[in-house]
Design a binder for this molecule. Structure first.
Ligand SMILES: O=C(CO)[C@H](O)[C@H](O)COP(=O)(O)O
Length: 226
């Protein structure tokens, strides 16, 4: 089974947890893509929900596929959000933001009664940090902010878009991908990063995960709870 098939299987399992009447948060990325596809199929079969999205890409996909869509400012709570991750550690803390949507993803996760993470088993790690940690920064303060990220040991690199220009998030910001090495205390790093004035947020999701649906190469699907 290839990586995409594993992603699809985890996504489709999680999409079965959605029930009539729910407000559903849609994640971003190649795994969340499969969840959105399956949710759209269920809507066609009669499921009655409304959705909000963590990125313009996912919003566009949801609308194209006919999922009833509302803006975040029309709702007060989300029942269930389904999203991917770049790394999941043993305590179900996450690194997210490989797809550049970390800020909106964290906003949705924080507003969700249940935040369900869908991954293939390659994302499960004992300790976070092999994947560079995305940090969303305000362009105005690039130099000062990169200096501060260096002081914290992050070795930041500004993310570039395919054409070579700086990658711009849906919020008009830039992303510094940081290599901290093994992140043994993600809660502390999260707090220190977010104290830097021009850091908007970072890709550490601490204590937000309700469940992880992980698909394994042997064809099994494991549900991990914190
Ligand atoms: O955080 C994300 C986007 O900002 C994604 O969920 C994360 O990068 C995983 O992506 P994929 O499912 O494509 O592996």
């Amino acid at each position: 089974m290839n990586a995409d098939e594993l992603k699809r299987r985890a996504a489709e399992r999680a999409a079965e947890w959605i029930e009539d009447g729910m407000t559903v948060g849609l994640g971003t990325g190649s795994t969340a893509y499969w969840a959105i596809r399956r949710i759209a199929e269920r809507v066609k079969e009669g499921l009655s929900i409304r959705a909000v999205a963590s990125s313009m890409r996912s919003e566009q996909l949801a609308i194209e596929l006919g999922i009833p869509f509302v803006s975040l400012n029309e709702i007060d709570r989300i029942d269930l959000t389904i999203d991917g991750a770049d790394e999941v550690d043993e305590r179900l803390h996450l690194i997210k933001g490989g797809g550049g949507a970390l800020l909106r993803e964290k906003v949705l996760a924080a507003a969700s009664d249940r935040f369900v993470v869908i991954v293939d088993e390659s994302k499960l790690v004992p300790t976070l940090g092999a994947f560079p940690l995305p940090v969303e920064i305000v362009p105005f303060a690039e130099r000062l902010t990169l200096n501060r990220l260096c002081e914290l040991g992050g070795d930041p690199v500004i993310r570039l878009a395919p054409g070579g220009d700086r990658y711009v998030t849906d919020n008009g910001n830039w992303i510094a991908d940081c290599r901290f090495g093994r992140i043994v205390d993600p809660a502390s790093l999260n707090a220190r990063l977010n104290q830097i004035p021009a850091v908007v947020d970072n890709g550490l999701f601490i204590g937000m995960t309700s469940a992880v649906v992980a698909s394994r190469k042997d064809g099994s699907i494991e549900v991990l709870m914190p």
